[in-house]
Structure formats: C-alpha cells, structure tokens
Design a protein around this ligand. Sequence first.
Ligand SMILES: [Zn+2]
Ligand SMILES: [Zn+2]
Length: 200
Amino acid sequence: MAASTKTNLSISSVHDDHSQYKATWTQRAWFASGCATVLISLAKSMLILTAGAPTGPRTLLHLTMAALLGHLLADLSSGIYHWALDNYGSAETPVFGSQIESSQAHHQCPSEITKFETGGIVYVVAGVVTAAFLPVNLFSNDPIFLSFVGVLTGFVLFTLKIHAWSHTPRRELPPLVAALQDAGVLLRWSQHAAHHQPPF
Ligand SMILES: [Zn+2]
Ligand SMILES: [Zn+2]
C-alpha cells in the first residue's frame, strides 16, 4: 500500500514536471496571432508586388536591404532588451518583473529554456507584435516597408525560441535551424557561450 502511494506520487510529480513546460491555450492563441501578423506582412508585400508593375533589379535590391535591415534591427533590439533585463530591476519591478526574474534565472539553469513549448515562451512578445504591427499591416500599402516589417517581426517573435535553439544540442535541432545557425542567420552556442560567463 505504501509502495503504491509512493508510486502514485512519483507519477504525479513526473506529470507536474512535464505540464509546467506546456503552453496554455491562451498562450498558443497569442503565438498563433503573432505568426499570423508576420505572415500577413510578408503575404501582403508579395501580393502588392506581383499585382503591380513588373519588378526590376532596383525592387529586388530594396527588398534585400529591407530584409537585412529588419534582421539587424531585430538582433540589436533583442540584444539590448536582454541586456537590460539581465542588469536592471528585480522580480518586484512593475510590468517587467516576471521577465526579469526569468531572464536572471536562465543564467542559473541555462538548459531549462529548451524544455518549454514554443507558445509558452514567446506569447508575451507575440502579443506585443500583434498589437503593434497588425494595424501597420492594415494601413500600409508599401511592399518594401511591409517586407521590412515582416522580417523584423518574424525574428522578434522568435527571439526566445532562437535563444532556446542556441542551448539545444545540435543533434536535436531541426536541420533548417542548424543550417541557419551555421550561416550566421541565427544565434549559435559558440556565439552565445560568452554571455553565460559572469558578469553576463
Ligand atoms: Zn542573459
Ligand atoms: Zn542563454
């Protein structure tokens, strides 16, 4: 009887351990709305370009520059935001308290981030992306600007997932992610490792 109770407790605690990494349906809904916002930017840009006058090398150059600028700005802004969370405030700080606590706890237990379902780590950013950029999608008809917004919000939306992938053993990464890490498009462990040394 005692053994049976102990087994039930063990099963219960294993279940709890797994369930804490699962996203709620609300978090998944925010993740989906963030993805939809990014896809609308990119799709609307392509639709305007294909429906309009034939595109030449000049348009392709502008699209490339817009994508590069979106990637650079996402990298820079997420880096500054992470640095601020690591160095200022505490769990009691209004609005940002839980993010500051998570960011600083990540230094104590770096691989924990790899266990979470994607929606459970990106939902806050997804909410911001949706609120700030869905109106932009509705009102802008500039295909170059919409491409810039699509790439920027795409990388911003997946910032924490990209961070989690940098902590994931290479054999467990999707092949496309590993290739993008090798190409320098996504953060890789060799680049991120220095950050996990004091003073972070
Ligand atoms: Zn950090
Ligand atoms: Zn890290």
